[in-house]
Design a protein around this ligand. Sequence first.
Ligand code: GLA
Length: 386
Amino acid sequence: MDEVLEHILWLFGSRYGEPQLVIASPGRINIIGEHVDYNDGYVMPAAIDRYIWGAFSISNGETHIFAANLGREISFDINQVDTCDFSGWNAYVLGVIREMQRRGVGIRNFNLVFGGNIPIGSGLSSSAALENCIAYGLSSLFDLGFDRKDLIFISQKAEHNYAGVQCGIMDQFASMFGHRNNAIFLDTKTLEYEYLELDMKEWEFVLVNSNVKHSLVSSEYNKRREQCSEGLEIVKQHFRQVQSFRDITVDMLGDIEQLISDINFKRVKYVVEEIDRTQRAKDAIKQGKWQELGQLLTKTHEGLRDLYGVSCPELDLLVDKALQHPGVTGSRMMGGGFGGCTINLVRKDQIEDFSGYIIHEFYNNFTLHADVYRLEIVDGTGVVEL
Ligand code: GLA
């Protein structure tokens, strides 16, 4: 058993007695399809073996929530959530409770200890994992009857309304619907999805965490969303056949350039090209063409850097240096941007050499330490059988 989970169980035992339910909710990677989940695009995430765990029981007194990583408890009556402080981690936990209550279901007082091993602020969706952990846990504990799709929308609303990020549905979906050894090809317009088996033979996805997080994340994220929808509105007025980004082809971009501002054109161009790339990436995976997939990843990075404007010098350096290593066939920043991880497609027998090399190069340039992670692709949010 993971030592973080062991610690959570120990804390629970010493504070609240026996847990009635323990939930594991994973973080995620995203292979390709970045910043398109709020633009009706396709994405290709997978759940990974980094988790938020929550141990729950029904309480006879007040609600007690203990954050193991912080060593801090909040206590309140479940009907007075609004009196709580919603800052930091509380926003996600209390946000989920409020969203459930808004749907009219009866949550009673409970005890919870939560914690995890997903590095925070690194683009691995620790917040979606936490939201899903709470949503799934409370739904099971009180038999609220929500299905997995209901739960991810509750989680997403908690993020919108309490954490202030107008995120798409990818992170919550990946964490909830993950499937061992498979990526998820998700259509964010219809929520139809397909599992793609990752039979990668001599290749592996390796993450490099820059450990930097620039404070722009939420404000710039929301701004990109606005720029995309502004651009799309104007395109719709000129092209009757266009209802969403999905109806814009790469060939139409030439005409669109005349219609909208330079900055919005860059955003639109990136989105249209990324939707196209993600579909090509699906074919590459199905055919086991890993080098082709690698090239698509690298193209995505160029788009995120030059057109979408969500990269940063640290991530650009990690990608440039990775691409100079003989074991690497593709590299890009991953997630919302402005820091966090890159995802790299690396030949298995070169991973050790690559790790030492990239840590060294990063330190030489920024005097900062990067971390390299190898991963397993795992199942989504669920109950831990003890
Ligand atoms: C964050 C958001 C997701 C998605 C990615 C970028 O992780 O939560 O919804 O938009 O950024 O692809």
